[in-house]
Design a protein around this ligand. Structure first.
Ligand code: DQA
Length: 147
């Protein structure tokens, strides 16, 4: 089973961003924990980060071609307005889990709306790195049920 974890715009800066919202873990730390959890769960985890919207769309198209079993995505600020990323994700047949480090619902109003939430299986927000780890666990559970 192959799970793709996608990180969107500005998420390469985790570790240098507001630590009260995002903690101190770097993206490399997060990816290392995801890969370790993948091993524990017996699945292959690939991670991808970009600051370019089209590059993320093309990575999602590739995921469709590769028939990945599940996608975990933190689209960063694109979550709130990118219909391009939403439409790309909508092409996928596999479970999609939306994750956020911070509790977006307790922050500025523009962060309360996600343009991808309704096409995702669900959303996990506010648990820091655990949001990703919980996202990976539940994505694997869903994909296993689907297969
Ligand atoms: C974020 C929340 C978004 O609102 C923000 O733009 C980010 C990170 C999170 O992980 O909490 O860049 O997706």
């Amino acid at each position: 089973m192959n799970v793709l974890v996608l990180h969107g715009i500005n998420l390469n800066m985790f570790g240098k961003r507001d630590s009260t919202q995002y903690g101190t873990a770097t993206l490399a730390d997060i990816d290392a924990q995801l890969l370790a959890l993948g091993q524990e769960l017996g699945v292959t985890v690939e991670t991808f980060q970009t600051n370019f919207e089209g590059a993320l769309c093309e990575r999602i198209h590739q995921a469709h071609a590769d028939q990945v079993d599940a996608v975990v995505i933190n689209a960063g600020a694109w979550t709130h307005y990118s219909y391009g990323i939403r439409d790309a994700l909508a092409i996928l047949a596999c479970p999609i889990v939306e994750v956020h480090m911070s509790n977006v619902h307790a922050r500025e109003p523009f962060r309360h709306h996600s343009v991808i939430a309704d096409i995702a299986q669900g959303q996990i927000a506010g648990f820091g790195v655990d949001s990703y780890l919980l996202g990976l666990r539940t994505a694997v559970n869903h994909a296993r049920k689907a297969n």
